[in-house]
Design a protein around this ligand. Structure first.
Ligand code: ADP
Ligand code: MG
Length: 565
C-alpha cells in the first residue's frame, strides 16, 4: 500500500528545492545524481549543465551574490565534490551564499571503497557553515532546508549536503516528511543604539569623513539606504571593486579617481560591508591616515577588530541597510560641505590623465583605448550590462575604465583574486538577470581557465559578450620572436600561445567570434556582440607589453618596516 503513495528520493529532493524557491540549479550530472537533475527539470527548475564542476560552483556563488539567496550546485561525489571545493572557497572568502549538493555512494557501502567514494561530510565540515548527510530519506527535506537557510542567514557562506545513491533511488511516503515553504529574506539585526550615536558624533566631528562601500553593501541590497545617507549628508565615498554602483559612479561625491589621496587624508571612515584585507591595504598607514578612526559596519561581529583593533569600540554589528538607516536618523541635520579643494583638483587631474590615455590611439591596441571603444559601443547600443572582469592588468585597468551605475553590476576575481571565475559568473548573471547582458573583460590567461563553458552558455541560450584581451601571456606576453626555436626558448612561465584564436572556440560551440586588431574592427565587433546577443568572443589583440616590468602595485605592502632590534 505504502508503495503506491510513495515518492522517489530524487523527486523529494527536487520538490524540496522548488518549495524553498529555488528555480535554477548549476552542476554536472553523473552517477548517482542524474535522477536528481532530471527530477529538478521535471519540477520546473532550470538545470544548467556545466563542463567542469569548478565553473558550476563558481556560477552558483555568483547567483547567490546577485539574488541574495543561496546558489545551488549539484555534483557527483568524489572528484565532482573535490572540483566544487573551489566554489566552497569562493563562497566562504567572498561571503556569497552557496548550497552544494553532492552525490555519494550507497549508505551500506560507506568506507568500503565504493565508486567515487570519499568522506565528503568530514572533508567539508571545516570549510562550510554546515555539512551533513540526512539520517534517512524522510529527513531529506528538513536537512536541505537547514543547509539552504544556513548558507544565507547571518554572514553568507557555503553549506553542503550529501545525497547517498540509495536515498536518491529509494522511496518514501511524503506524509513522513516535513512540509517546506518559500524561503524568505534573512532576518536582519540593527546595531546597538548607543554605539550608533557615538559613530554619528564621530562623523560630525570629522575633518574629512569618508564612506567606503564594500561588496557586503551590494550583497545586502542596501543601496536605497546608502544613497539616501550620501545624498542627505553629502559625504564623499569610495567603492571597493565590487561595491561600485551601490551609489552611482557618476555621483559628484565619488572620489574613486582620487582614491589614494582621500584614503591618506580622511580622519574618520565609515566602512560599509568591506573587510580591512589586502583590498583595503589592511587599513594601515601610509595608505590610510595614521590614527584614522574606522567605523566598521558588518553583519559578523567576528569581523570587527580584524586589522583594526584600535577601532573596536566604533564597530557596529548589524545589517548594513538597517544600520545605515540608524546612522541617517542620527545625522538628520548634518551636511558635510568642506571637501578640500586639493582633493577635487587631484580627482580632475587623474580623470583627465585617464581620458588622455583612453583617447590615445596606438597599434597594437592598448587596454585603455580598447576599453573606451567597448564603453562607447555599450553607450551607443544602450545595453544594460553586468560587467565581469578577471585577469591581472585586464581587470585592474578595467575597474576604473567602466563606470557602474547600479548595484551588483560588476563581478570580478574577488577577495581571493581567483582567475577562472569569469565564464561561470557570466552564465550565472545571464540566468539571474535576463534583461542584462554579461560583458566579460577577460585576460587571455583568465579566459583559458573556463573557456569550455562557452559551450554551456550556447547550449543554455545564455548570451554574453566576451572580450579577451589577448597579449599572449600571464600579466604580459613576450616578443613574437621568442616563439621561434632559435630565440629565447624555453618560453618564460608567463608566456601563452602567440595570438591564439580564442574567437574560434566560440564559433566551434555555436557562438560568434571576431578578431579585433584595430579600433575600427573592435568597434564593429563590439557593436555586433552587444546588439545580437549571441555568445560572442571578441579576440582583442593588444600590445604584448613584453618590455613592461612586472609590477604588483595593488599588492604593494603597506606595512611599515618592523623596528630594528
Ligand atoms: P570588499 O571586497 O568589497 O571589501 P568584503 O568581501 O571584504 O568586501 O567584505 C564584505 C563584508 O560584508 C563581509 O565582512 C560580510 O560579513 C559583510 N556583509 C555581508 N552582508 C552584509 C549585510 N547584509 N550587512 C552587513 N554586513 C554584511
Ligand atoms: Mg594576458
Amino acid at each position: 500500500m505504502a508503495l503506491t503513495t510513495s515518492v522517489a528520493g530524487a523527486k523529494l529532493i527536487a520538490s524540496s528545492l522548488y518549495d524553498l524557491g529555488v528555480r535554477v540549479v548549476f552542476g554536472i550530472v553523473g552517477i548517482p545524481v542524474i535522477e536528481v537533475a532530471d527530477a529538478c527539470i521535471e519540477r520546473g527548475i532550470r538545470f544548467i549543465s556545466f563542463r567542469n564542476e569548478q565553473s558550476a560552483s563558481y556560477a552558483a556563488t555568483a547567483y547567490g551574490y546577485l539574488t541574495g539567496r543561496p546558489g545551488v550546485c549539484l555534483v557527483v561525489g568524489g572528484p565532482g565534490v573535490l572540483h566544487a571545493i573551489a566554489g566552497i572557497g569562493n563562497s566562504t572568502h567572498n561571503c556569497f551564499p552557496l548550497l552544494l549538493l553532492g552525490g555519494s555512494s550507497e549508505s551500506h557501502q560507506v568506507y568500503k571503497g565504493a565508486f567515487q567514494e570519499i568522506d565528503q561530510v568530514s572533508t567539508l565540515t571545516p570549510f562550510t557553515k554546515f555539512a551533513g548527510r540526512p539520517a534517512s530519506i524522510s529527513l531529506l527535506p528538513s536537512t536541505i532546508e537547514k543547509a539552504y537557510r544556513l548558507a544565507y542567514y547571518g554572514r553568507p557562506g557555503a553549506t553542503y549536503i550529501d545525497l547517498p545513491a540509495d536515498y536518491i533511488q529509494g522511496r518514501v511516503d511524503p506524509s513522513e516528511t516535513q512540509q517546506l515553504y518559500p524561503a524568505s529574506a534573512a532576518p536582519k539585526i540593527a546595531a546597538d543604539a548607543s554605539r550608533v550615536k557615538k559613530a554619528a558624533q564621530l562623523i560630525r566631528n570629522a575633518e574629512l569623513p569618508l564612506v567606503i562601500i564594500g561588496k557586503g553593501a551590494a550583497y545586502g541590497q542596501a543601496e536605497g539606504a546608502i544613497r539616501e545617507l550620501i545624498d542627505k549628508s553629502s559625504l564623499p565615498f569610495l567603492p571597493t571593486p565590487m561595491g561600485k554602483g551601490v551609489v552611482p559612479d557618476s555621483s559628484p561625491l565619488n572620489f574613486a579617481a582620487a582614491r589614494s589621496a582621500i584614503l591618506r587624508t580622511s580622519d574618520v571612515i565609515l566602512l560599509l560591508g568591506g573587510r580591512l584585507n589586502w583590498i583595503l591595504h589592511y587599513g594601515e598607514p601610509p595608505k590610510f591616515k595614521e590614527g584614522v578612526k574606522i567605523i566598521q559596519v558588518d553583519i559578523a561581529s567576528e569581523e570587527i577588530g580584524n586589522n583594526n583593533s584600535g577601532n573596536v569600540e566604533y564597530g557596529l554589528v548589524g545589517d548594513i541597510q538597517l544600520v545605515t538607516q540608524q546612522l541617517s536618523a542620527e545625522l538628520q541635520d548634518y551636511r558635510f560641505s568642506s571637501i578640500p579643494s586639493a582633493l577635487i583638483e587631484t580627482r580632475e587631474k587623474n580623470l583627465a590623465a585617464s581620458e588622455t590615455k583612453a583617447n590615445r590611439t596606438a597599434m597594437p591596441l592598448t587596454y585603455q583605448h580598447s576599453y573606451k571603444i567597448i564603453k562607447d559601443a555599450i553607450r551607443a547600443t544602450k545595453t544594460k550590462v553586468i560587467y565581469i572582469s578577471e585577469g591581472a592588468n585586464t581587470m585592474d585597468i578595467a575597474r576604473s575604465a567602466f563606470d557602474v551605475e547600479e548595484p551588483r553590476q560588476r563581478l570580478d576575481a574577488g577577495t581571493m583574486a581567483t582567475m577562472g571565475v569569469g565564464i561561470g559568473y557570466a552564465i550565472a548573471a545571464a540566468a539571474a538577470c535576463p534583461d542584462h547582458l554579461p560583458v566579460c573583460i577577460e585576460g587571455d590567461s583568465a579566459f583559458g581557465f573556463s573557456a569550455m563553458e562557452l559551450e554551456t552558455a550556447t547550449r543554455s541560450n545564455l548570451p554574453m559578450a566576451i572580450f579577451v584581451m589577448n597579449n599572449n601571456g600571464v600579466y604580459h606576453g613576450v616578443e613574437p620572436t621568442a616563439y621561434s626555436a632559435t630565440y629565447g626558448n624555453p618560453l618564460p612561465s608567463t608566456a601563452l600561445g602567440f595570438e591564439t584564436r580564442y574567437d574560434l572556440i566560440a564559433e566551434a560551440v555555436g557562438g560568434k567570434g571576431f578578431v579585433a586588431r584595430t579600433a575600427t574592427e573592435l568597434k564593429m565587433a563590439a557593436t555586433d556582440a552587444l546588439r545580437n546577443r549571441a555568445v560572442t568572443v571578441v579576440n582583442v589583440i593588444i600590445d604584448p607589453g613584453a618590455k613592461t616590468k612586472l609590477e604588483f602595485g595593488w599588492l604593494a605592502s603597506t606595512k611599515k618596516k618592523p623596528p630594528s632590534k
